[in-house]
Design a protein around this ligand. Structure first.
Ligand code: NAD
Length: 353
């Protein structure tokens, strides 16, 4: 069996929790390098995942290795663009985590470079490989919702600002807050399920209220705490976002919160059609209400690992030369949407596409 040789750049949370465990189940690849600027992190990955062959701290070593066919860019958002562009120019296929990068303009440059180099560039919008999302996409295509007229989503959590003061909350490094970090998944999967909706206009309001004074922010635990700098860092991104999107198909409205003074986590998407409607409990299963019978069904099915499925699809795309659903060309529309939402929030007015 042909084994695709890859290098992993960035050995943090998403590498350790999602991609390395997926690689452990894939027979058709070799992980030649684990790379991290913090050597101990790359070493820890090699220790935990014994199929990793070598540890490096400079990703250019992997780019210069002709045996390496593809790289995984699993760094914070600010490094996505540079590392991906370097890798494409070195003739490598690239899997880059979401969001594509910090804005739409640079995302387009990345897509252009992939085209120029004739290389695959996939983005880690993993929900497109979630079984529930696939089923809802199929149901919409089959007309089970009838006329899908509105989609509402909530990605709100009680206390979840990540790495306060670090890269997640510094706009120049992350591109934004809860919208680009969580909203990217929700809005991308909505566009995916709706299937080719043409964006018409957006209106959006963004707030940064919960950690205006970082030292006063109350929390019991903080994800990405290792990157936090509450004493001296920056927090200039949205921790609450709300907006309305018009398309030539359904309209979409949303609320997202990294933190709020409402002690609930509400993570769901409602698809409202005149014949049927569905509530997707994010990351889990969905319930469907058939308007003609008033029946509520909760389909029972296996949920295979979405990270494993998206990683398998990437390697398959490289080997077949056929772009899959996570190819950057299929994700640019949702990157454009995020940009326009932030533009609307800055301008405090509706923006038309
Ligand atoms: N698909 C998802 O569901 C999902 C979930 C979590 C995170 N992410 C995305 O994954 C990316 C990484 O997030 P994370 O939580 O793993 O962050 P992290 O901080 O835990 O890990 C990032 C690692 O990259 C390393 N790094 C930074 N610059 C580097 C460089 N130039 N060369 C080599 N290593 C470098 C850092 O030292 C760090 O160890 C982010 O873009 C995030 O948005 C996606």
């Amino acid at each position: 069996m042909k084994k695709t040789v890859i290098a992993v750049i960035g050995c943090g949370r998403i590498a350790n929790n999602a991609h390395f465990p997926a690689f452990a189940k894939m027979e058709n690849l070799r992980v030649k390098y684990a790379c991290d600027v913090i050597k101990e992190k790359a070493e820890a990955a090699k220790e935990k995942f014994d199929f990793v062959e070598q540890v490096i701290t400079d990703y250019k070593v992997a780019l210069e290795d002709s045996e390496v066919e593809a790289v995984y860019v699993l760094t914070p958002n600010y490094a996505h663009y540079t590392v991906t562009m370097d890798a494409l120019r070195a003739g490598k296929h690239v899997f880059c985590e979401k969001p594509i990068t910090v804005n739409y303009e640079l995302s387009c440059e990345m897509a252009e470079e992939a085209k120029k180099q004739n290389k695959m560039l996939n983005i880690g919008v993993c929900n497109r490989y979630h079984k529930s999302v696939e089923m809802l996409e199929e149901m919409n295509r089959e007309g089970k919702f009838g006329k899908l007229y509105h989609v509402y989503c909530s990605f709100r959590s009680f206390r979840s600002i990540p790495g306060l003061g670090g890269a997640f909350t510094t706009k120049a490094q992350s591109g934004g807050g809860v919208l680009i970090d969580w909203g990217v998944h929700f809005l991308d999967l909505i566009l995916y399920i709706m299937g080719g909706a043409k964006l018409e206009s957006v209106t959006c309001d963004a707030y940064s209220e919960m950690a205006k004074n970082m030292k006063d922010y109350k929390y019991t635990s903080m994800w990405a705490e290792d990157t936090a700098d509450i004493e001296n860092g920056t927090n200039d991104v949205d921790d609450f976002i709300t907006g309305h999107i018009r398309t030539d198909k359904a309209s979409i409205s949303f609320n997202g919160a990294w933190a709020q003074n409402i002690k609930h986590d509400d993570m769901f998407i409602d698809f409202m059609g005149d014949k049927g409607g569905a509530r997707l409990i994010y990351g889990k299963k969905f319930e469907f209400c058939d308007g003609s019978t008033l029946d509520l069904t909760t389909p029972d099915y296996e949920i295979p690992g979405m990270y494993l499925r998206e990683d398998r699809a990437f390697i398959e795309a490289i080997n077949s030369g056929i772009k899959d659903r996570n190819n950057i060309e299929n994700i640019l529309e949702s990157a454009k949407l995020l940009d326009y939402l932030y533009k609307s929030a800055d301008a405090k007015k509706e923006i038309r596409f």
